[in-house]
Design a binder for this molecule. Structure first.
Ligand code: ZN
Length: 265
């Protein structure tokens, strides 16, 4: 029985323009569900259309990536938030949203991304949806720490730290708050991520690819959702457990956090 899940990727991106349907068909052989994440309004529409064609397999998260926040006016952002509310029934989470100190460095722009981030947190609360966070720093875990403070100050309950790159101690702090950490397929190349997989209880972990990015093979190669398999294998290895146990735990977490009960085969 196939039970693996990719909670975060971008099936709408240009990298799949030539063979998108084939990629989805191939991923169906290995996966039970995949969540594609809209990063801005146009992309969000594309994601909803794609999910419509692949019901009960492709699920949608809608958010505004911090790198897109700085290109948009208040009015445009307001319209997009309205659009998200209207599509409440067709989405499973709000994200990715957050902070990106790697691409956004100007203090005024950082301030703006923070304000809009908080607006989306409030929207998630209002719609009773979990949030999926993109928190990228320049050197260490500063964006993750800032994000953690904002979600806990705003009393957000269901939170997933997507593509977690921080230290194991920071992952432990996150779990203490009752939040979740999601590990990507690039875990095969990261000692720190392996340590996180070892230290964090299965009941606080998620698995993702962030495809087309973060291929397990190398940075340049296009990634695909079925590569999430390596995350399951690595978690099982680190926990000296088996893949089946990991599959059951992640599926349980998916149901609890995203509110999706997957049909059994
Ligand atoms: Zn992403």
């Amino acid at each position: 029985m196939v039970k693996i899940i990719d909670i975060h990727c971008h099936l709408t991106f240009d990298e799949y323009d030539s063979d998108r349907e084939q990629v989805i068909e191939d991923s169906r052989q290995v996966l039970k569900a995949v969540v594609t994440s809209g990063v801005e309004p146009e992309d969000g529409k594309d994601a909803l259309e794609l999910a419509e064609l692949h019901r009960d397999f492709v699920f949608v998260s809608l958010g505004l990536h911090p790198i897109h926040v700085v290109d948009m006016t208040d009015h445009e952002i307001g319209d997009y938030q309205e659009f998200i509310s209207t599509n409440r029934r067709n989405i499973v989470s709000i994200g990715e949203i957050g902070l990106d100190y790697h691409w956004v460095r100007d203090p005024l722009k950082i301030k703006r991304t923070k304000e809009i981030f908080v607006e989306f947190l409030e929207l998630a609360k209002e719609l009773d949806l979990p949030v999926v966070l993109h928190l990228r720093g320049t050197t260490g875990g500063e964006a993750i720490e800032a994000g953690l403070k904002l979600v806990s100050d705003n009393d957000i309950r269901k939170v997933v730290f997507h593509c977690f790159t921080g230290k194991p101690q920071l992952a432990e702090l996150i779990c203490k708050e009752g939040y979740y950490v999601s590990l990507p397929a690039s875990i095969v190349r990261s000692k720190t991520m392996k340590k996180v997989a070892k230290r964090i209880p299965l009941s606080y972990l998620f698995t993702e690819t962030d495809a087309p990015y973060l291929s397990p093979d190398n940075e340049e190669k296009r990634n695909v959702p079925q590569n999430v398999k390596v995350v399951y294998e690595e978690i099982a290895r680190q926990k000296k457990s088996d893949v089946k146990t990991v599959e059951e735990a992640i599926e349980g977490n998916f149901g609890r956090v995203f509110g999706v009960e997957l049909k059994s085969d």
